[in-house]
Design a protein around this ligand. Structure first.
Ligand code: FAD
Length: 267
């Protein structure tokens, strides 16, 4: 079984669009891919990568991570494995070069073969199948493109998906399913989803991107479209004006409680 904690060495770097860079890393041994596969990347502050060994328990490992002296502690950020290429022994991670440029984006701008990051995950614990439904609604911003791309590839040929992506640059997102992708370079996601007529049948929704936007989309689906909460998989990927190191807000805590209830099958 793959160790939850390890190093990732860059093998290749390519620009996919003016605002997105694909970084390939040597795949960890025994890597098992799945769609919408999340992991934490750890960006060392200097040349030395310090990470505690895997504890088999997320919280215990995180406590050990926080105990690393601040000047040596890596910056941790959430990312998605876009693709696993077993023939080349690589995994790809696509970085959005957003304008606010935190540590992850600063690293990605100058990433080069041979550089080493740390990783925590991917962990089966965060593996979430799409909710059941007659058709799929996938909505997110540019940071959700890697997850949406992997989800679309995983759908069977009989599936139908309506996809909303608020991003300046389009990318090919192949799928065996029947897919209608609406690229929204200017229109807010909520406006586009609210204005859309939905296909008949039960929707299986997947939402990711800026946390406030994800919240408003979920609110719209539950409140105005009567979609059951259990039919909506949602994740706030980033927060406007806050870094991933900033403390959770009351709204973040409420979202986390809802996700926990959903994971336990209570909604
Ligand atoms: C499960 C998960 C999967 C993710 N997958 C991906 C992925 O595959 N590719 C990807 O690029 N991102 C992905 N993200 C989002 C990524 O982790 C965040 O965008 C992260 O904040 C980037 O780190 P940073 O160090 O550049 O910025 P931070 O230091 O976290 O933030 C610095 C500033 O940048 C702003 N900011 C952060 N992200 C954005 C953005 N996208 N657009 C505009 N402003 C922003 C913040 O509001 C803050 O003001 C994912 C997040 C999660 C939780």
């Amino acid at each position: 079984m793959m160790d939850l904690v390890g190093e990732l060495t860059v093998t290749r770097v390519r620009r996919l669009t003016p605002r997105m860079v694909r970084v390939s890393f040597a795949a960890p041994a025994d890597f098992q891919p799945w769609p919408d596969q999340q992991l934490k990347l750890c960006f060392p502050p200097g040349d030395e990568l310090v990470l505690p060994p895997s504890e088999g328990d997320d919280m215990r490992w995180y406590q050990a991570f926080l105990a690393i002296p601040e000047e040596k502690r890596p910056v941790m950020r959430g990312f998605t494995v876009r693709r696993h290429d077993p023939a080349r022994g690589e995994i790809d991670i696509d970085f959005v070069l957003h304008g606010a440029a935190g540590p992850a984006v600063r690293w990605a701008r100058t990433a080069a073969p041979g550089q080493v990051l740390g990783r925590y995950g991917p962990s089966e614990y965060y593996r979430r199948p799409l909710p059941p439904g007659d058709w799929h609604l996938l909505a997110g911003d540019a940071t959700a493109i890697p997850a949406i791309g992997s989800l679309l590839e995983s759908l069977p040929g009989s599936a139908r998906a309506l996809v909303f992506i608020s991003a300046a640059d389009e990318l090919p997102l192949p799928s065996p399913a029947t897919v209608d992708i609406r690229w929204l370079p200017g229109t807010p996601l909520l406006d586009a989803v609210r204005a859309a007529s939905f296909p008949a049948g039960a929707v299986s929704a997947w939402l990711a991107g800026e946390a406030g936007v994800v919240r408003s989309l979920r609110c719209h689906l539950v409140g105005e479209r009567s979609v059951p909460k259990g039919a909506i998989e949602f994740t706030g990927y980033w927060r406007r004006r806050l870094t991933q190191d900033d403390a959770p807000t009351a709204e973040d805590m409420a979202d986390a409680q809802e996700k926990l209830a959903q994971a336990r099958g209570e909604v």
